[in-house]
Each structure stands twice: as structure tokens, then as C-alpha cells.
Ligand binder design. Sequence first.
Ligand SMILES: C[S@@+](CC[C@H](N)C(=O)[O-])C[C@H]1O[C@@H](n2cnc3c(N)ncnc32)[C@H](O)[C@@H]1O
Length: 169
Amino acid sequence: MPGTSPAQLTLALYQPDIPQNAGTILRMCACLGFGAAIIEPAGFPVSDRHFRRAGMDYLDHVAIARHASFSAFDAWRRREGARLILLSTKASLAYTEFRFEAGDILLLGRESAGAPEEVHQTADARLLIPLQNSMRSLNVAVAAAMVAGEAARQIQIARLADANIAERG
Ligand SMILES: C[S@@+](CC[C@H](N)C(=O)[O-])C[C@H]1O[C@@H](n2cnc3c(N)ncnc32)[C@H](O)[C@@H]1O
């Protein structure tokens, strides 16, 4: 929620327009303990039956922070000191080459149009999932799962390394 600290990892959706995808991503957030944010305007209400069907009862287990605009969202995440990591088909850095940190926010663009230039300029990093030549993009929920999985893996490894160092004194 706005005003609370980000989870180890937060997934943010920029003006999502396909309710089934948003429901799928939020279900993943519930299952894996990620924070979730929606930057309005979304192309559907939270009562949308496709959204509810994709998210099922898992939606009751995730706190969805709804931000009225990108600037409101960005002000919140700056207050929290969280990095903004944009996933984009226009990026050049492969997500596997990036060092994720606890507290990072992974931002997904709109299904129809990605994210606008203002968002690209604001992001601390822009990451690409490299695709085969001539393939345009992945489904947003698939892209979210791939990069969140890698980020969670890295954060867990870093946590284990810190614990080992502390144990050895
Ligand atoms: C269907 S894609 C958007 C397609 C849009 N025409 C574009 O080129 O930005 C929806 C979102 O999924 C994510 N995405 C999909 N494929 C990706 C890729 N290969 N690398 C990084 N992000 C990707 C991005 O966040 C993107 O904004």
C-alpha cells in the first residue's frame, strides 16, 4: 500500500488493459509474497469478471497499491527508496545481466503500447528479455514471471551469502 515499505520485490503494472493478465500477475504476487501495484488508469475495474476469474481467491491475499498516476506512483517509490526497474522490448540490457536487490520494483508496460518515454526516462534500469529475431514481445504475465523469478533467485542467494558470513563471524 502507498506509505508502507515495499516487499522484497514488488511488481507494478503500468495502466494494464487486459484483466486476465493482471489477474494472473497478481495471483503470482500472492503466491510468492511479492508486493503489487497498479498505476491507473487501468482498462478495467477490479470487479471485472475476467480479472477476478484469473486472480481467483488469491486476490484476497495480496495488498494491491493503486496509484492515481505515474507521478503519484513515482513519488511513493522514491520516498521508499526503491529502485524502478522497467521491463521493455526497447531495452538493450538483458535481465540476466542485471544485479537485482531486495526492495526493487519491477514495472511492466501496457499490453497495447508498453510504457511511455517519461517512464523510460525515470526508470533506474531498463531490462530486455532477448527474443528470437522477428519475435515482437512476450505476454506481459510471462515476462513478469521470468524476470521476477530471476530477481527472487538473486535476492535469495544474496540473503544466504549474508547469513553465511554472519554465521562465520
Ligand atoms: C505485450 S508487451 C508490450 C508490447 C508493446 N507493443 C511494446 O513493444 O512495448 C507488454 C509488456 O510486457 C513486457 N515484455 C514483453 N516482452 C518483453 C521482452 N522481450 N523484454 C522485456 N519486457 C517484455 C514489457 O513490460 C511490455 O511493456
